[in-house]
Design a protein around this ligand. Structure first.
Ligand SMILES: NC(=O)c1ccc[n+]([C@@H]2O[C@H](COP(=O)([O-])OP(=O)(O)OC[C@H]3O[C@@H](n4cnc5c(N)ncnc54)[C@H](OP(=O)(O)O)[C@@H]3O)[C@@H](O)[C@H]2O)c1
Length: 244
């Protein structure tokens, strides 16, 4: 798919990986929707001024089905279509299993997994009708390998991989492709919150011995959106962490 002049909705794009993904698509000539639960600031929109594309800020909560429908409708009203959806928004709420409450578990599932379901359902009909579209789900190496203290997060990210394959099979014949990205340890606010000592221990487990950059993940998102014979796959960008 040629990305120039396409319309791309990136959930959770006020910072981190989502913001880098939005910049990447805009640099390729695509119009982008920036999203987060918080207000989309004028300063954030101004970052995109030099790309010569349309950038729209639509705030809302992906874990709320009605909000997801409203946001997609607003995007279509503003841009005419959503050609690419990047289900990037996600949270962590780490606790050891013995200390994790049902609420701790469900809150993460509700945003990371149900949120992707809500947004995908909202875009799928118009994409199928247009016989064109790409959906990219931001999973994680934790969904492949598991991680201590992240039973909720791992379940949500593994769930996204199964979700990706199922929806990909359902809509492949209609020209809509669905893929996932499994980033490793990437520099962002999410990983900044991890204590320095633990970060060093995590980097030691990466064959390439360094943290990844959000821009590197964004390259994969643009690749997955553009490749017309690629669907149902999960691409790990992780410095070699999950190689077998
Ligand atoms: N960083 C890593 O090492 C890493 C590794 C593997 C996978 N990932 C995945 O990559 C994605 C982005 O991670 P990140 O590190 O860039 O995270 P981040 O810096 O914490 O950013 C998260 C983004 O999601 C938005 N968000 C959170 N909940 C939302 C909701 N309910 N509705 C709409 N927007 C919401 C946040 O905005 P508001 O706060 O305004 O809502 C923010 O824009 C996540 O899915 C994460 O699980 C990250």
């Amino acid at each position: 798919m040629e990305l120039k002049n396409k319309n791309v909705f990136v959930t959770g794009s006020t910072r981190g990986i989502g913001l880098a993904v939005a910049h990447k698509f805009a640099s390729l000539g695509a119009n982008v929707v920036l999203n987060g639960r918080s207000e989309i600031s004028e300063d954030l929109l101004a970052q995109f001024a030099d790309y010569g594309v349309t950038v729209v800020g639509i705030s809302g909560d992906i874990s709320n089905g009605e909000d997801a429908k409203r946001m997609v409708a607003e995007a279509i009203e503003n841009l005419g279509s959503v050609d690419v959806l990047v289900n990037n928004a996600g949270i962590t709420n780490d606790k050891l299993m013995l200390k994790m409450s049902e609420e701790d578990f469900e809150r993460v599932l509700k945003i990371n997994l149900t949120g992707a379901f809500n947004m995908t359902q909202a875009v799928l009909k118009p994409m199928s009708k247009a016989r064109q579209g790409a959906i990219i789900n931001m999973s994680s190496v934790v969904g492949i390998m598991g991680n201590i203290g992240q039973a909720n997060y791992a379940a949500s990210k593994a769930g996204l991989i199964g979700f990706t394959k199922s929806v990909a099979r359902e809509v492949a014949a209609r020209g809509v492709r669905v893929n996932a990205i499994a980033p490793g340890f990437i520099e962002s606010d999410m990983t900044d919150a991890i204590p320095e000592k633990m970060k060093d221990a995590m980097i030691a487990q990466v064959p390439m011995k360094r943290i990844g950059q959000a821009e590197e993940v964004a390259e994969v998102a643009a690749f997955l959106a553009s490749q017309e014979y690629l669907t149902g796959q999960t691409i790990a960008i992780d410095g070699g962490m999950t190689m077998q």
